[in-house]
Design a binder for this molecule. Structure first.
Ligand SMILES: [Zn+2]
Length: 90
């Protein structure tokens, strides 16, 4: 099982130059420290910005820490199978 450990406002994160989640490179914005993987030997050990740290914090606050997360993109167009009228040529 993958463990995500987030330390908010961690002094050690201040040396990170960018947020590992959103990629922001603004100095001083990387305030949090995330470790992902096996406790003691994390696969990822990096800095996260204040905004991304707050989002992770709120997600766990609201839905609990025992999460398996799946991300999907919503379908915005009918597939060929669902289309009953031939698509107009663009
Ligand atoms: Zn971020």
């Amino acid at each position: 099982m993958t463990v995500v450990r987030l330390k908010r406002h961690a002094p050690e994160a201040q040396s990170s130059t960018h947020c590992a989640v959103c990629g922001t490179v603004r100095p001083g914005q990387v305030t949090d420290h995330v470790q992902v993987g096996t406790p003691g030997a994390p696969q990822y050990d990096e800095g996260v910005c204040e905004s991304c740290g707050a989002v992770l914090d709120r997600v766990v606050d609201r839905y609990g820490a025992n999460l398996n997360v799946t991300i999907e993109e919503a379908q915005h167009e009918a597939s060929d199978r669902e289309r009953t009228i031939p698509r107009k040529a663009a």
